[in-house]
Design a protein around this ligand. Structure first.
Ligand SMILES: [Mg+2]
Length: 360
């Protein structure tokens, strides 16, 4: 089976819950990447950006890979990935060229699942059919104390056993009070995860981490602005609290440095930034060799398959920003996502919704 064409469709979706987490985010821009084949099968992947910014750059990066991928044998997955990687080599293997590669690689795995008649989760390993997910779509910095408590309690009532809140530029007392009220609202049995989105210094992160340990915070995510794992390791080694991170890292090479430095307790490769499904799985295998768990970053409709495929898959980040784009969004029940018994990622686009939100 060979690729005959690639079509990308950028969308602009106003967020139901606009949020502040370092930046103000009020629109999401998934770019649907469709691969067509000479056997009539079609595969989909997603790239993404925010706030209607840099959409043209992203589209250009995807279009530039068209000559590389058209004519490619779908089942030669290592060859396909290596060609795409080689094609983006002179850009330094960071940013949008790798986002483009990632979306194409993801669509290729959708095609392989469809051709085999298997969900991607089973094609890649089939470790389990149901994966825990944590709520990550509420509890941002712009939530009032009242709203934090109300939403945290509502998430528990919906069946979530874990949820993430944000901290950032607030004075420590304010951030810790926000944590206290969330803990109060959810009780002792729920896991609270804290994402800092790269806002703190090493001493601040260590000081805050020690305070957070008193509230049994499950993980502290991306505390530092530096992308240097040597800095992350200073925080990880000082705290009992788990340190999670890595959503902006690219490829096995970036994660190799994380592992070498013992910089993280939970690896969070992002499917759309790390280099697609192929590279995500390689990072997960490397992590397993060091007994490190792997959690996914956004795009639960794709990522849940990857976490379900592997023995060291920890949890799936649940952010239902664009569920309405699909005929049947991935179901979540009592904090678990069940992998649908459908070929590929099991996702069928809703053409009316795609048309409604397509960027002009
Ligand atoms: Mg994060």
């Amino acid at each position: 089976m060979k690729i005959t064409n690639i079509v990308s469709t950028p969308l602009s979706i106003p967020l139901k819950w606009p949020f502040i987490s370092g930046i103000v985010v009020n629109r999401a821009n998934p770019v649907i990447v469709q691969l067509f084949t000479d056997e009539g099968l079609e595969g989909i992947g997603l790239a993404f950006t925010w706030n209607d910014q840099r959409v043209k750059s992203l589209l250009a990066c995807i279009d530039d890979l068209k000559p590389t991928i058209v004519g490619q044998d779908v089942f030669r997955w290592a060859e396909a990935w290596q060609k795409l990687w080689q094609d983006t080599r002179w850009m330094g293997h960071q940013g949008y060229p790798v986002y483009a590669l990632s979306a194409i690689d993801t669509a290729l795995w959708d095609l392989r699942g469809k051709a085999a008649g298997l969900p991607v989760a089973r094609l890649l390993g089939g470790y389990r059919d149901e994966v825990p997910a944590y709520a990550s779509h509420l509890l941002f910095l712009n939530w009032s104390i009242d709203q934090l408590q109300k939403d945290a309690a509502a998430l528990v009532a919906q069946g979530f056993r874990a949820m993430k809140m944000n901290m950032g530029d607030n004075p420590p007392g304010v951030d810790l009070e926000r944590l206290r009220v969330v803990r109060e609202a959810v009780g002792d049995d729920i896991d609270i995860l804290v994402d800092v989105n790269w806002a703190w210094t090493v001493p601040h992160a260590i000081q805050m981490g020690r305070e957070m340990e008193k509230y049994h915070v499950y993980w502290l995510e991306d505390p530092l602005p530096s992308n240097d794992p040597a800095d992350w390791a200073l925080v990880a080694s000082a705290l009992d609290l788990k340190i999670a991170g890595g959503e902006t890292l690219t490829s096995k090479y970036d994660f190799r440095r994380v592992i070498e430095h013992k910089a993280l307790d939970v690896l969070m490769p992002d499917l759309q930034r790390v280099g697609g499904v192929t590279e995500w799985m390689k990072v997960a295998t490397m992590a397993q060799a060091w007994d490190l768990p792997v959690a996914s970053h956004v795009f639960h409709e794709f990522s849940a398959h990857l976490v379900a495929a592997i023995p060291n898959g920890l949890t799936v980040e649940y952010m239902p920003w664009w569920d309405f784009l699909y005929q049947e969004p991935l179901p979540i029940k009592n904090g678990y996502i069940r992998i649908p018994d459908k070929p590929g990622f099991g996702l069928e686009l809703n053409p009316e919704m795609v048309k409604k939100y397509a960027m002009k």
